[in-house]
Design a protein around this ligand. Structure first.
Ligand SMILES: C[S@@+](CC[C@H](N)C(=O)[O-])C[C@H]1O[C@@H](n2cnc3c(N)ncnc32)[C@H](O)[C@@H]1O
Length: 226
């Protein structure tokens, strides 16, 4: 039921998303350069990639541009996001498969070298995230990488509050209605701490698990399958 609310939100926002999101997420574009740097594969490698919660295809685009032999499955539950993604990735259409589905319930496929996900997994609650990390461990090839950028909580409630206050200041400074977005966040999002998620990734079987970057309640983290 809550995911229906999330889906309705992204159906409505799909065509404004690319302009809006850097005003809501600190260092949004800066994160992309770092994510690319963190991918340990040769640029010519024939990678099979899954972009989970692909939205308008921003991370898929980065991968398709940087890895000319990569193929990407862009996975999202919102029709309008899939439509925007199709348009944004049209230059690479032979290397893209659009897949509409709910990654909390549906099969996400297998034999991926890279699973990348941006600002999507925080919509799941704790048990759903733990199950997803187990599913993703089975979905990646040996040597494969999982790289997540997401909204997270602090290690303590006090830190979470502090981060959320500073995040609201960021949105407000960009001319956004921070109260509206914060209420949306309380209704739709279920962020977990980096500390818990690293533990769940290790329990799922991932190695080289770590948090690579963090700013307030946003982080880039992941692990690798040996
Ligand atoms: C905030 S957008 C992120 C877009 C892009 N990945 C980025 O980094 O900017 C989150 C996307 O995740 C999708 N999403 C959220 N939960 C999902 C789920 N359970 N299954 C599939 N897609 C989901 C939404 O439809 C939305 O398009």
């Amino acid at each position: 039921m809550r995911l229906d609310v999330v889906r309705a939100h992204f159906e409505a926002e799909a065509f404004d998303y690319d302009g809006l999101i850097p005003r809501l997420i600190p260092h949004y574009h800066e994160q992309h350069g770092l994510m690319l740097e963190l991918i340990p594969f040769e640029r010519e490698a024939s990678l099979k990639v899954l972009d989970l919660g692909a939205g308008t295809g921003v991370l898929s685009f980065l991968i398709l541009q940087a890895f000319p032999n990569a193929t990407v499955v862009a996975f999202d539950m919102a029709d309008n996001m899939i439509a925007a993604c199709k348009k944004n990735l049209s230059a690479y259409q032979e290397r893209v498969k659009l897949h509409q589905g709910n990654f909390a319930e549906d099969d996400v496929g297998s034999e991926y070298d890279l699973v990348i996900s941006g600002l999507a997994i925080h919509h799941l609650d704790e048990p759903e995230k733990q199950k997803l990390y187990q599913d993703l461990f089975h979905a990646v090839n040996p040597g494969g990488l999982l790289l997540i950028r997401d909204t997270v909580t602090g290690a303590t409630p006090q830190l979470t509050q502090q981060y959320e206050r500073l995040w609201r200041q960021y949105m407000k400074a960009n001319g956004e209605d921070d109260e509206k977005w914060f209420q949306n966040y309380l209704k739709e999002d279920r962020p977990s701490s980096v500390e818990d998620q690293l533990q769940w990734l290790k329990s799922a079987g991932f190695e080289e698990v770590g948090c690579h970057w963090r700013y307030l309640n946003f982080a880039i983290f992941g692990g690798r399958k040996q």
